[in-house]
Design a protein around this ligand. Structure first.
Ligand SMILES: NC(=O)c1ccc[n+]([C@@H]2O[C@H](COP(=O)([O-])OP(=O)(O)OC[C@H]3O[C@@H](n4cnc5c(N)ncnc54)[C@H](O)[C@@H]3O)[C@@H](O)[C@H]2O)c1
Length: 252
């Protein structure tokens, strides 16, 4: 199998894209360390994987807490000797959709803490281990919102542009160390995060779909396929790139 026995950490694996990714990676033979701030959600995902014959372990980790992220990395190495791939997927959208002057300080701090600082903590601790191993592969889940402007959620936009910047800058630093770092940029994708954005306003869903030339939202499983491809050795010459899966939204 493509990912046979690769040790892969996935953050935010309890839901949406992270859950779909944990399932697909394990189906392709990986040993998946599925982490999430919500232990019960990620345990349910791990149960599903192990019942179907895959290898996965649940870990509770809040990516905004450096000591928890460091423990996730060190416990993974203690249990499995190495980290082949780190998928930094945990992310939040913020509570309110407002223009910048009305953007709440609370949304700003919460979104930056998870989406930006969380990715930094995960990259930093994973890179320390990958340097010791002499190889590694980091996949950051950014967003189309990290490549082009999107209104009404400045903190989300700022955090995702930052993820793209951190991906490219670190890829430049670690290419010679046999560590590659890429970002996946999904467009609107079916998940609890998108459900929350649309809320109970179906017209909002219709408005968003008008922005998508393929006329539908992405599926979490479709994003997971690209993550599995980047996790595989088929892509071992790719680093510092942003891979867009958006049904053509970026064309508009
Ligand atoms: N769904 C979309 O339309 C879309 C589009 C572009 C990018 N993304 C990105 O994809 C990633 C996954 O999003 P999703 O749509 O699957 O969302 P989701 O809400 O379904 O899943 C996010 C997961 O992250 C976890 N999480 C939240 N805060 C955390 C923390 N502090 N520490 C650890 N885990 C935490 C949640 O418990 C949840 O299980 C996010 O980074 C998101 O920004 C999503």
């Amino acid at each position: 199998m493509e990912l046979n026995n690769k040790v892969i950490i996935v953050s935010g694996a309890g839901s949406g894209i992270g859950a779909a990714t944990a399932k697909l990676l394990s189906a392709q033979g990986a040993k998946v360390i599925a982490s999430d701030i919500d232990l019960s959600k990620v345990e349910a995902v791990v149960n599903e994987i192990t019942k179907s014959g895959g290898q996965a372990w649940a870990k509770q980790t809040d990516v905004t807490q450096f000591t928890e992220v460091a423990a996730l990395v060190s416990e993974t190495v203690a249990d499995h000797n190495q980290i082949d791939v780190m998928v930094n997927n945990a992310g939040i959208g913020g509570e309110h959709q407002r223009k910048t002057a009305e953007h709440t300080n609370e949304d700003w701090h919460n979104v930056i803490a998870v989406n930006q600082t969380g990715v930094f903590y995960c990259m930093k601790t994973a890179l320390q281990q990958m340097m010791k191993q002499g190889y590694g592969n980091i996949i950051n889940i950014a967003s189309l919102a990290g490549l082009k402007p999107s209104g009404y959620n400045l903190s989300y936009s700022a955090s995702k542009f930052a993820v793209v910047g951190m991906t490219k800058s670190a890829a430049l630093e670690y290419g010679r160390k046999n560590i590659r770092i890429n970002a996946i940029c999904p467009g609107y994708t079916q998940s609890p995060l998108l459900d929350k954005l649309i809320g109970n306003k179906p017209e909002m869903g219709d408005t968003l779909k008008k922005l998508i030339p393929m006329d539908r939202f992405g599926e979490a499983s479709e994003i997971a396929e690209a993550i599995a491809w980047l996790a595989s050795d088929k892509t071992k010459y790719i680093t510092g790139q942003t891979i867009i899966l958006d049904g053509g939204t970026s064309l508009i």
